[in-house]
Design a protein around this ligand. Sequence first.
Ligand SMILES: Cc1ncc(COP(=O)(O)O)c(C=O)c1O
Length: 358
Amino acid sequence: MPRPIQAFIDPSALTHNLSVVRQHAPKAHIMAVVKADAYGHGLLQAAHALKSADGFALLELNAAIALRDAGFKHPILLLEGFFSMEELAIFEQYQLSSVIHHPEQIAMLTTSGHRRLDLFVKINTGMNRLGLTPEQLPFIIDKLITLQCAKSITLMTHFACADDSKEKESVLRQLHCFKTVTHGHSFPHSLANSAAIIHYPETHTDWIRPGIMLYGASPTPDKTAAELNLKPAMTLSSKVISIQQLKAGDRVGYGGLFTADCAMRIGIVACGYADGYPRHAPTNTPVLINDRRTRTLGRVSMDMLAVDLTGIDDAGLNSPAILWGNGLSVDEVAQYAGTANYELLCALAPRVEKRLPQ
Ligand SMILES: Cc1ncc(COP(=O)(O)O)c(C=O)c1O
């Protein structure tokens, strides 16, 4: 029998979550964000389940080519654009759309002669990560138009704080900046990530760019995934591979971080940080054993973690464990571990087999 850890990927959940996005923004085109191997779910399987999206966005050139080679004819947007003249030729060959976020990219475009790309010109409206400054924008647009560098132009920005209801002012400030600098241009717009799709209908412009909500995780602390009618697309599951009977005072795992204060039965689950489970998840992080909710104990090690079997008398060797997914939201596990749902999903290790429904 192979090591029992597996990630079950549910394509119907992805398709369902895409339909939830459409209900929120029925008039917008959807650019499904499938970077980082579709947030850990497996690029091609995820793309098949999301094929009714209007386009895909990612930032790994080899993954974009893999989508084309698999027959996807959708617009495919590279969110960091091209990095060299050589890449530009590949963009043209595979008809990939590019974000333009730096004047250096315009220089490459004009000297390369590759002028038949769909371009998403990104404006830095306050996140200060990628994007042209509002001052650079008019010059860049003029240049693109006069030199006929683009097949089409879309104007885009990205919000820094759309997930946080206390940061409404920041989103509105970014939106105001975007409207001011794009005033007078008739190009389409692309603004919203998942959190903005949920919280800011005014950002549902021509192209929206949902990522995390497609995978069934909540983009905002204000609402659970279930409240948003999102279904988990990944269930990380394993089994109990050892049982230990502790006496009061016995300690568990590396560093002996957990000490039993009374006799108790614990299980050891085949899942550790080399599988993508967060090492910093503390004692009490929730886990399901035999579909019953319990907690982790002590430090997560590379290949295993310990769970409390108190009150789960029917649990024993080979009992199923769910680390996140159906019945236990990845959002909740992330919160206990002091990290983001994004990080847990993307960190799924290559050694964990991904399984699709038969
Ligand atoms: C430019 C851009 N758009 C959209 C997204 C999707 O964001 P989310 O997963 O929060 O929906 C990302 C993800 O980081 C991004 O970088």
